[in-house]
Design a protein around this ligand. Structure first.
Ligand code: PRX
Length: 655
């Protein structure tokens, strides 16, 4: 854990009140109402969560215990109950007028689009669920998805949830190697993929990466591959293993009862990078996750029946899981899914989607906003975005300039900006303004949601003072918290629950972020305090990239750090020592970048490779990343360097 320092405590004085009209009709319409709700939860958290779970979800069997925290960090929520996430997202909306309401609007990259009512989506999910059963997939079997942003990705996730087969969605931008690691770690039984997807005006093949991951018996547990036809590229199919989605799914019955799942049955595994080792499979379970995404979606977007919600994330990340698929559908809302991205040929792509589908709630990442700023306000000014009500951001700290631009240029000063802090591990949003209640400050995620016992603490678990930096932590379990690291409970304990212990001897949840709290109690998240690099809001572990680099025959040793980047938040700089006798040049640098792209995926490619004769190490052999970070950022190396083993290394790296 590195030390939290505040180099420049930003003095942000601007405060924006919620629009009066929005506050007037809001679910939580004032700070008094927010505080009252917080007080109600604090008085008896179990009673509150129990009441919410009973009211907001459908149960086949009621639960008897709200929370069992007798064996921390292994929480058990809503024990005794059985429910089903797909039932909550679909079946329960079919009784009334919502049955014909649009559940999913899908916009394809080349301009094709599809819509599904709740009734239609239910039928498609049942057919896909029956297809999985026909392949022999049973409750408890892990199914991987490696998909482009097509409706079948959402349908497949819900089909898995319906039959109780946990899914493991692997972002379609990851390489075959990264996919293989995740398939092996999970013990995956079937993979759902597509021939390809459209990215930036091009058809990009996906299926060959699956073939490569499975080649030479590399993933012995995988028995089936189900392939969606999207791009119609020529696609090799392996007899006995591969089936086309349209051939298997379309003919199935549209009737498939939802499997009653115990509250703590596994719902999905989603891999995320940590500071050590390979990515961890974050495990979420059925009822707690469902309740958390359901409630947070209502709260942070002040949901109304006629809202059209669009979250621009990919379903391969937690944001897509929670706020494209499960949160909106559990609430019976209309959710938009977009296959494309802004690109030189279509810089207004996002704004076109908002205009065309009359989007009211928009949720995107700071890195996207910064890219829009660069292309100027003329682009969005071209479009009618007057339907927008609330603008959300997620994934990384948002700089006040980008926040103000978002508010003024996209929201025309009418829409509250909701800066939401959370993580794959937290399941759903934890710290965020409530649009009808919370006055906002540019760059602050403001206050914890009701029931979230967040704090900023020192390494002894003591709350730090106003504007002092500390570790962002959570003192009490919440329904959407991750339950485990797949196959590695020790790693779960070590990564999240052993860093900080409270005065009462209870472990605190350690988020890995640094933060400060201002005099109003507002949270300002400052970024990671571990060796995780956030590139365009995507988490990458330095060690993962280092392992990829040293797997190249020319590399003896590598150290990877982040450096500030105006657009991406952080860029990747790799310091590389080559095998004896080799010397680095531009061509080798390019080759190493390509190599990392093949091992992990294009997002992990270093922006810069610096060859050096040696790396700065302590006497005990630990690489001094602090020094490398300063060098990568072009800063003077300050602080104590007395533990450095060989000071001449530093001089060599400077030039
Ligand atoms: O560092 C924080 C940053 O993203 C990390 C979580 O990444 P991931 O699990 O990939 O989930 C991203 C989407 C939820 C956090 O530890 N982060 C996320 N949201 C914010 C943020 N940093 C500052 N402000 C935010 N609003």
């Amino acid at each position: 854990m590195s030390q939290v320092t505040i180099e420049s405590v930003l003095q942000e004085e601007r405060v924006f009140e919620p629009p009066a009209e929005l506050a007037a009709g809001a679910r939580i319409g004032s700070m008094a109402a927010y505080r009252e709700l917080v007080a109600r939860v604090e008085a008896d958290p179990d009673a509150f969560w129990g009441e919410q779970a009973r009211e907001q979800l459908h149960w086949f069997e009621p639960f008897h215990t709200v929370l069992d925290w007798s064996n921390p960090p292994f929480a058990r929520w809503f024990e005794g109950g059985t429910t089903n996430l797909a039932y909550n997202c679909l079946d329960r909306h079919l009784d009334g007028p919502r049955a014909e309401k649009t559940a999913l609007i899908w916009e394809g990259e080349p301009g094709d689009s599809r819509r599904f009512s709740y009734r239609e989506l239910h039928a498609e999910v049942c057919k896909a669920a029956n297809a999985l059963k026909a392949l022999g997939i049973r409750k408890g079997d892990l199914v991987a998805l490696y998909m482009p942003m097509v409706p079948e990705a959402t349908i497949a996730m819900l089909a898995c949830a319906r039959i109780g087969a946990p899914h493991s969605v692997v972002f379609g931008g990851f390489s075959a190697e990264a996919l293989r690691d995740r398939l092996i770690d999970g013990g995956v039984k079937a993979v759902i993929t597509a021939d390809g997807g459209f990215r930036k005006d091009k058809a990009v093949a996906l299926k060959p990466a699956v073939d490569q991951a499975l080649a030479d018996g590399g993933c012995p547990t995988v028995e089936h591959v189900l392939v969606v036809r999207r791009t119609e590229q020529p696609t090799a199919m392996e007899e006995g293993r591969d089936r086309w989605w349209h051939e298997l799914v379309d003919g199935q019955s549209a009737d498939c009862p939802a499997e009653p799942m115990a509250s703590e049955d596994r719902l999905f595994v989603l891999y995320t990078s940590g500071s050590t080792g390979k990515p961890k499979g974050v495990v979420h379970t059925t009822a707690g996750y469902n309740l958390w995404v359901h409630l947070t979606f209502q709260w942070i977007f002040d949901l109304r029946e006629d809202d059209i919600h669009w979250c621009t994330a990919d379903v391969g990340w937690i944001t897509g899981h929670s706020y494209i698929v499960y949160g909106p559908l559990s609430n019976g809302a209309t959710t938009v899914m977009y296959e494309g991205a802004p690109r030189p040929s279509k810089p207004g792509a996002f704004w076109e989607v908002i205009e065309k589908h009359k989007v009211t709630l928009f949720y995107t990442a700071p890195t996207a906003i910064r890219a829009f700023m660069k292309s100027g306000r003329e682009v969005p000014d071209h479009y009618d975005m007057s339907t927008l009500r609330i603008l959300g951001t997620v994934g990384e700290p948002i700089n006040p300039e980008a926040w103000m631009w978002y508010r003024e240029v996209i929201g025309h000063d009418r829409c509250p900006i909701i800066d939401t802090w959370w993580q794959t591990e937290t399941g759903g949003v934890m710290i965020s303004p409530l649009p009808g209640a919370t006055p906002t400050k540019p760059g602050s995620a403001t206050l914890p949601l009701p029931g979230i016992a967040a704090d900023v603490v020192d390494s002894e678990g003591r709350s730090v003072g106003v504007d002092e930096g500390g570790y962002l932590a959570v003192r009490r379990p919440w329904p959407g918290m991750m339950r485990n690291v797949h196959g590695d409970p020790e790693r779960f304990r070590k990564s999240y629950w052993e860093h900080i212990t409270g005065a009462d001897g209870r472990p605190l949840y350690f988020a890995g972020d640094g933060a400060r709290r201002d005099a109003d109690g507002y949270y300002w998240v400052m970024g990671r305090v571990d060796d995780v690099i956030s590139v365009s809001g995507h988490r990458l572990g330095s060690m993962e990239i280092e392992s990829a680099l040293v797997s190249h025959p020319a590399v003896a040793e590598a150290a990877v750090v982040g450096r500030p980047d105006d657009l991406k938040g952080e860029g990747i700089v790799a310091f590389v020592t080559l095998q004896v006798g080799l010397s680095g040049d531009e061509a080798l640098g390019a080759e190493l970048r390509r190599h990392v792209g093949t091992e992990i995926g294009p997002i992990a490619r270093p922006d810069e490779i610096r060859f050096s004769g040696a790396l700065p190490k302590t006497r005990s052999g630990k690489i001094m990343r602090r020094i490398l970070r300063a060098l990568a950022a072009g800063e003077e190396v300050s602080g104590d360097t007395s533990t450095l083993e060989d000071r001449s290394v530093l001089d060599a790296l400077r030039v």
